[in-house]
Each structure stands twice: as structure tokens, then as C-alpha cells.
Design a protein around this ligand. Structure first.
Ligand SMILES: [Zn+2]
Length: 128
């Protein structure tokens, strides 16, 4: 299912790592310190509760922004994991290759456009 050349992969890898660094830097700045692992664990805790109502009840735009950044980080980690596992570029929904222009626009995309649109129609994904 590999539709990407080594050069494509290399380019996406570099792009994803760059984005990951930027997101991590933003998260660290938001947490007002320099990448303490305990603080990142706390951040991950927020990621865990981000679907829950209590996270909304916090009503804190900083937390909302943090959650978005953590979601980005998760997507980037996922994509980098796919590169490491030699599975990058495959749709997590149908398994078909994700179109190259879509990956160029959004290197951390997990799904092809059709699956993404289907998902958005049916609401948030069900964990499994
Ligand atoms: Zn798909």
C-alpha cells in the first residue's frame, strides 16, 4: 500500500517532527515551565478528560487551547508512529492510501477524505 517515495516520507517525517516541537514548545510555555515530565503527565491527564463534561465546566480558554494542542500532539505522535511502523499514509478507516495532496496539506491526517467526512457526519469516534 506504499504509495509514497522514501523522499516523500523523509519530508513528512521532518515536517511532523517540526510541528511536534512547535506544539510541545507551546504546551510547555502554557504550563509555565520547561518540559518537566510530571507536568506533561498532568497535561496527558487533561487529554484523557478532554471529552468529559467536567473539562468544559472548567470554562478556561487556556485549558481549551491546551486540549487542542494536546490533540495535535497526539495526532503528530500517531503519524510519527506510523512512519516508524512503515504504515504512514494509510487510512486508519478503510486502509486505503491517503491522497498525497491531502497529506501535503495535513501531514498528520489519519484518514482519507471519504472516511474523515463520514466520521464527521456521524459525530465523535467511538473508542474501541
Ligand atoms: Zn479511508
Amino acid at each position: 500500500m506504499q504509495h509514497l517515495t522514501d523522499d516523500d516520507i523523509k519530508q513528512f517525517d521532518a515536517q511532523l517532527r517540526g510541528q511536534r516541537e512547535a506544539v510541545l514548545a507551546a504546551i510547555r510555555q502554557r504550563l509555565h515551565q520547561g518540559g518537566d515530565p510530571d507536568q506533561l503527565a498532568l497535561a496527558n491527564h487533561f487529554a484523557d478528560v478532554r471529552e468529559q463534561a467536567e473539562a468544559d465546566l472548567l470554562g478556561d480558554t487556556d485549558i481549551g487551547q491546551l486540549q487542542l494542542e494536546l490533540a495535535d500532539l497526539e495526532a503528530l505522535d500517531y503519524a510519527l508512529g506510523r512512519i516508524a511502523g512503515d504504515a504512514y499514509g494509510g487510512c486508519a478507516g478503510c486502509g486505503e492510501p491517503i491522497a498525497l495532496p491531502r497529506l501535503r496539506a495535513q501531514p498528520a491526517a489519519r484518514m482519507c477524505l471519504a472516511c474523515q467526512e463520514a466520521l464527521e457526519k456521524q459525530g465523535p469516534p467511538v473508542p474501541h
